[in-house]
Design a binder for this molecule. Structure first.
Ligand SMILES: Cc1ncc(COP(=O)(O)O)c(C=O)c1O
Length: 371
């Protein structure tokens, strides 16, 4: 057997079909069906929060978060350079200024020791992004935010079911967000969620999600969006969250197996299995090519594709994005860890439907290309 091993395949063999059929049988297919509220309550509970506001993806969840916090044009938001463009886009679309910090070379998360030097009188928030499986060192962020009066936006898109010092990821931001894209531990196909404990913020998020309708329908005093999630998406989400503990434990098992299979391979850095504040949840299993390896991540991914193993590159840093450079942003800035992660890092098949046999084949292919 030599079938291509996809980089991600979701697991949809629980109650997904049953709940979807329920949507069709009852006619509740828009955002007004009962699964939406159930899913909001469930995800709020998962994150240890009071309110959940479902939206149509994790990117717009960040847009709504920035808008709901009433950050003004020119306000600065500190965030990692090594992240997805959704984070910087949400900030820039609001007229705010993303201020970047580099990453920690071992956890790949924002280096929290670099934050304080970036705080100015215009700084209003820190956007924390938990990357690939280990959470950001939150104690440092919470203490800085409290000392300098900053808001926290927590992007927990990849962190369903992860904790920091036993407290759920998604519980740390004034507003925290999730994505439910199919490579996430909980998927709705496309989908996202904001969670918060602040009733007023929750109300603002709900309003922004739904065109800012006022009491008198079709009369608006603010421009909102249609970012609603459908009942069908939420139905999938409910079936998925029922299995979250099982998914988290499977992901940890997968991470452990890959680490056993790959720890003796020369030339690659593997994900850390844990920090003192958390065990890795291995949202994806990333590899970094050491500097002495003669080829880069792009070449490694090409070689693995030839061996029927799917891969994905790591994020490309925000300060190196052509779309931002052409706007004159981040001129002359350099974040060497983020630059190296982007060029030397990639991830191997990590989806929940992956079998141990497929993981063994993927790991053997890595061994082969590193010879
Ligand atoms: C850290 C992070 N934030 C935001 C997003 C955006 O989520 P979505 O793809 O649902 O728009 C992603 C997507 O993978 C992500 O990894």
């Amino acid at each position: 057997m030599n079938k291509f091993i996809p980089v991600n395949e979701p697991l949809l063999d629980g109650n997904e079909k049953k709940y979807l059929v329920e949507c069709i049988d009852t006619g509740w297919i828009s955002s007004e069906g009962p699964f939406v509220q159930r899913f909001e309550e469930t995800m709020a509970h998962v994150a240890g929060r009071t309110y959940g506001i479902a939206v149509c993806n994790g990117t717009v969840a960040l847009e709504v978060a920035v808008a709901a916090l009433e950050l003004r044009p020119g306000d600065e938001i500190i965030m990692p350079s090594f992240t997805i463009i959704s984070c910087a886009a949400a900030v820039i679309r609001r007229g705010c200024v993303p201020v970047l910090v580099d990453s920690d070379p071992d956890t790949w998360n924002m280096d929290v020791l670099q934050i304080e030097a970036k705080i100015t009188p215009r700084t209003k928030a820190i956007m924390v992004v938990h990357i690939y499986g280990l959470p950001v060192e939150m104690d440092a962020v919470l203490s800085l935010a409290s000392r300098h009066g900053l808001r926290i936006i927590e992007d927990a898109a990849q962190m369903h079911g992860q904790t920091y010092k036993d407290r759920p990821c998604g519980s740390f931001g004034d507003i925290s967000t999730f994505s439910f894209y199919p490579n996430k531990h909980v998927t709705t196909g496309e989908g996202g969620m904001l969670v918060t404990d602040d009733e007023r913020l929750a109300e603002r998020c709900r309003s922004l999600r739904n065109l800012c309708f006022q009491k008198k329908r079709f009369v608006h005093d603010e421009l909102g969006y249609n970012f609603r999630m459908t009942n069908m998406q939420a139905a999938l989400g409910m079936a998925q969250t029922e299995r979250l503990p099982e998914f988290v434990s499977r992901k940890r098992h997968m991470g452990k197996l890959y680490t056993e299979l790959l720890s003796a391979v020369p030339g690659i850095q593997l994900p850390l299995s844990k920090k003192e504040y958390a065990e890795n949840i291995y949202w994806v299993y990333g590899l970094i090519l050491n500097d002495e390896v003669s080829f880069d991540a792009e070449e490694a991914m090409r070689r693995l594709a030839n061996k029927d193993v799917g891969t994905r590159p790591f994020f490309w840093p925000m300060h190196e994005q052509p779309v931002f450079r052409s706007r004159g942003l981040f001129k002359g800035q350099s974040y060497p860890v983020a630059e190296r992660l982007a060029r030397r890092g990639f991830y191997i098949p990590s989806g929940l439907a992956l079998t141990n046999e497929q993981m063994e084949r993927a790991a053997s292919a890595v061994v082969e290309i590193m010879k």
